[in-house]
Design a protein around this ligand. Sequence first.
Ligand code: ATR
Length: 274
Amino acid sequence: MDHYVVFGNPIAHSKSPLIHTLFAEQTGQQMLYATQLAPLGDFAQCAQAFFQRGLGANVTVPFKEDAFRLCNELTPRAQRAGAVNMLSALPGGRLHGDNTDGVGLVRDLTVNAGVALKGKRILLLGAGGAVRGVLEPLLAEGPASLVIANRTVEKAESLARLFADLGPVAASGFDWLEESVDIIINATSASLAGDVPPIASSLIAPGVTVCYDMMYGREPTPFCRWAEAHGAALCLDGFGMLVEQAAVAFTHWRGVQPDTAPVLAALRAQLVLG
Ligand code: ATR
């Protein structure tokens, strides 16, 4: 049987095995997909042991940079991101790395939610690994502007410099921004502490601005509650992005594209009710 895993620490609550198992059932693929806890500081050895037999792996927090360093071959978007969330076995024990987070986000926004990004003013909150992973695919959609706002402004500035050749990207502090934008994407980890990044509510044009939180949970996230309270046209959480990035990996590994809509609906019901 073909083996796949998702590496992380912690990893027990990962939804990836369920997502890939549903994709496999839907497309008639014979494969096993499990979680694999990697010890902190020992990712390389753990991954190498898995790839003695395994065909592919997803990689989540905190190993995406370790996975990047392990690859013999990288896609341009993974190279740019400096982080890999998907590893595939190549002949001769070599490893191919990709970063499918950004495509997952873009597909969730454009295909699932029908929100076009071309010509839009996008505000991206945060400047950590999550932002690095999505900048290239977001800029590839041709927004009118993309502002990276972060608590530590220097980090936003260095990311803006790094991606400047790919489109109209700029950096900002949270409190420098007032004028409304079309799309606000929260890629900070503030939700983990129940916080919302301190941005002005005037950034939301009521009934127009679309908000997206890369986090998700059983309940609406603090950022989604904030967005709704200030009249956002729509606020989506990151569950669709998770399923879409998995679909990109599944398609690469198995050569068949799963239909994400029924999987998203089934898992969303389980997330809310389960
Ligand atoms: P990830 O891989 O999820 O991006 P990270 O690299 O640790 O994680 O980055 C976390 C991001 O969330 C950073 O942009 C961080 O801001 P700083 O660079 O100033 O540290 C941001 N962040 C975390 N907690 C926050 C909070 N309470 N308010 C605003 N931003 C927060």
